[in-house]
Design a protein around this ligand. Structure first.
Ligand code: NAD
Ligand code: GDU
Length: 328
């Protein structure tokens, strides 16, 4: 029997795409998700076990019954503003529950782990593009919770031989190129889905959070990376670990930044709709520019993003919004 990959958080945005790519690549997939921010309909690939990482008895049962080859860990709370208001929930779910998972894995001799980390652990950038050596000074509990897990992973590697790959995504965007899956957060906070909701009149307008940043057009610059390309990095990371290579950490982005204004302009072009926009005050905690240096992932994992172009990300996200968005 093939040893399955356990995708924790596989009913969420990125995890659901990952489950699809794994199945298409010939892997058995088991999803563990509590459906707190994910959706049953998104877990279309693999077998869904509905449950919570806080439930250590359930974790014990899963690893006791199934010879898991590796774990991909997407489950987390990931709203920056919420993390400032309710840090305890973030440390509980993102840190303590990850520790439950690691301890159960190690008890069952499962030693391959791929972690969804984030650019938020760098805080306000000191230079750009941001490489893996950039200082880590997260400015909110969400970013701190992810940095803590990275530190835990390094300690578990030295002490217990855990082999991990930590992937720090910049701004995940886009949707399944085949149109079966897409981004769904409720409430939605991310720029691209909100711009497209405004294009389809599900929102009256898009708010631009600040146009007085030190950037060419005054709006914040981000490095958008296609969800399918994030998944292909995970697949390469899995091959890396299955080949018994060492633990490693990678920044994932395209190395090219787009301003909020450029994102809105691209959405207007792709959708052919006007999309009203309104400048509002800055959102607390938003750095002016976040752009990744992903050379290490290209060199070590041989990662080659297929959809580096913002227009392609927007087209896939728009086709998802048109197909599913209006039904929610
Ligand atoms: N979306 C981005 O731009 C982005 C950027 C950087 C990092 N990340 C990280 O990537 C990961 C996935 O992000 P996403 O946008 O797909 O989020 P998401 O909210 O869509 O998915 C997270 C999934 O985890 C599940 N989950 C949460 N807590 C759980 C628990 N205790 N037990 C079981 N399941 C649980 C949720 O129900 C959901 O299905 C997160 O760890 C996030 O921090 C996302
Ligand atoms: O309605 C909106 C929503 C967003 N923005 C702006 O658009 C940019 C992108 O914002 P998103 O909320 O889409 O993404 P973030 O850059 O805030 O956050 C993403 O990257 C972070 C790392 O810095 C975290 O990992 C987080 O989980 C991930 O969603 C920001 O400048 C934001 O101010 C707007 O102007 N209007």
């Amino acid at each position: 029997m093939k040893q399955p990959i356990l995708v924790v958080g596989g009913a969420g945005y990125i995890g659901s795409h990952m489950a699809k790519m794994l199945v298409q690549s010939g892997h058995e997939v088991l999803i563990l998700d509590n459906l707190s921010t994910g959706f049953r309909e998104a877990a279309r690939y693999g077998r869904l076990l509905e449950g919570d990482l806080a439930d250590t008895a359930l974790l014990e049962r899963i690893f006791g019954e199934t010879p898991v080859a590796a774990v991909m860990h997407f489950a987390a709370l990931s709203q920056v503003g919420e993390s400032i208001r309710e840090p305890a929930r973030y440390y509980r779910n993102n840190v303590a529950n990850t520790q439950n998972l690691l301890e159960t894995m190690l008890r069952h001799n499962v030693r391959r782990f791929i972690f969804s980390s984030t650019a938020a652990l760098f805080g306000e950038p000191e230079y750009t593009p941001i490489d893996e050596q950039h200082p880590q000074r997260p400015i909110n509990p969400y970013g701190r919770s992810k940095r803590m897990v990275e530190e835990m992973l390094a300690d578990h590697d030295s002490a217990y031989g855990l082999r991990f790959v930590s992937l720090r995504y910049f701004n995940a965007a886009g949707a399944d190129p085949e149109g079966e899956l897409g981004e769904r957060h409720d409430p939605e906070s991310h720029l691209i889905p909100l711009v497209l909701q405004a294009a389809s009149s599900r929102q009256a307008q898009i708010a631009i959070y600040g146009d007085d940043y030190p950037t060419p057009d005054g709006t914040c610059i981000r490095d958008y990376v296609h969800v399918w390309d994030l998944c292909s990095a995970h697949l390469l990371a899995l091959e890396h670990l299955l080949a018994d290579r060492e633990s490693n950490t990678f920044n994932l982005g395209n190395g090219q930044g787009f301003s909020v204004q450029e994102v809105i302009d691209t959405a207007r072009r792709v959708t052919g709709r006007g999309i009203p926009a309104d400048v509002q005050p800055r959102r607390p905690g938003d750095p002016a520019v976040l752009v990744a240096d992903s050379q290490k992932a290209r060199d070590t994992l041989n990662w080659k993003p297929r959809f580096a172009d913002l227009t392609a990300m927007m087209e896939h996200a728009w086709s998802w919004e048109q197909q599913k968005g209006t039904a929610w």
